[in-house]
Design a binder for this molecule. Structure first.
Ligand code: F6P
Length: 302
């Protein structure tokens, strides 16, 4: 991939080559995914393994990425939020994809993303097995945020309509002085301790609400301006909504690499352990001080 990030001398070359090939494939596929959205905004009959209705675009993006990533040498497994089982594509690294995060934003024509997590372990892997994570944001422009192992900053690329891309920020860190927050889930189902925490956040005159309904759009606001995003535990869904393998681990990895923090309410998202490929977890990411306060606020729960 065209990058200013040199390979770490301690990391074996095949891993770097494969990681770069996966990231390059995702970046070069982003315009194809974006161009494929018109005409695919409708729901199809199926549901994904989490029981959510699928859009034609979800399936299109998944098939496109499975085919292209599956052809990369030294990729062993491909898994997606849109398919039940892991696809065996060879031997080597495992790649997990949320092909179109926030696809319910297709109808109102709001931001969406593609998330990719690369694990040096068979699936389901853990957050500590990640060697790179990235997301594409289909906003007013198409951008990609990349976090690599052994780095302490993330990089932002702009992706052009022809698939070429260029770095625009090589050393992106979450700013001090947080200013935005966004929390998912229906408020009546928030637990009391979380409600109290949100009231604290709202009483801070420096903080303003930014919630758009696609995790990647909301997380990118937090990475850009500082703040906190959460899809919390709910009284009717203790594990929240987001999937650990496809959403929780990669955004936790990216925000932690950018100098922020992540949590499931008690521990780093990267330490969450689940056996099921499609398991859910509460997700909180943002500035370390805000995540610390959140964990303290939730600590009083049973
Ligand atoms: O993964 C699904 C997703 O679309 C996330 O991108 C987003 O954060 C969340 O669901 C939005 O859920 P809700 O519609 O409950 O706010």
């Amino acid at each position: 991939m065209a990058t200013n990030k040199d390979s770490s001398p301690t990391e074996p070359a095949p891993t770097n080559t494969t990681v770069n090939a996966v990231l390059d494939t995702v970046a070069r596929s982003a315009p194809d995914i974006r161009n494929g959205l018109p005409g695919r905004r409708v729901a199809i009959e199926g549901t994904n393994p989490s029981g959510e209705s699928q859009k034609a675009a979800d399936v299109y993006a998944d098939e496109l990425l499975c085919e292209r990533i599956g052809e990369i040498p030294n990729v062993g497994e491909y898994a997606s939020e849109e398919r039940e089982s892991v696809v065996d594509v060879g031997s080597g690294l495992s790649v997990c994809v949320d092909p179109l995060d926030g696809s319910s934003n297709l109808e109102p024509n709001a931001a969406m993303g593609t998330i990719v997590a690369i694990y040096d372990a068979p699936l389901p892997a853990t957050g500590r097995d990640i060697v790179a994570a990235a997301y594409v944001l289909y906003g007013a422009t198409t951008t990609m945020i990349v976090a690599l192992e052994n780095k302490d900053t993330v990089a932002e690329y702009v992706i052009h309509p022809d698939g070429n891309y260029q770095i625009v920020q090589g050393e992106m860190t979450i700013p001090d002085g947080p200013s935005v927050y966004g929390f998912g889930g229906r408020v009546p189902y928030w637990v009391d301790e979380f409600k109290a925490y949100v009231e604290e956040i709202e009483s801070d005159p420096g903080m303003k609400l930014r919630y758009g309904g696609a995790m990647i759009g909301d997380v990118n606001q937090v990475l850009t301006y500082g703040g906190i995003f959460g899809y919390p535990t709910l009284t009717n869904a203790p594990e929240g909504k987001l999937r650990v393998q496809f959403e929780g681990y990669p955004v936790g990895y990216i925000l932690e690499t950018a100098g922020g923090a992540s949590s499931d309410g008690q521990q780093s998202l990267l330490d969450v352990e689940k056996d099921d490929l499609h398991a859910r977890t509460p997700v909180y990411v943002g500035n370390e001080s805000l995540i610390d306060d959140l964990e303290s606020a939730l600590a009083g729960r049973d």
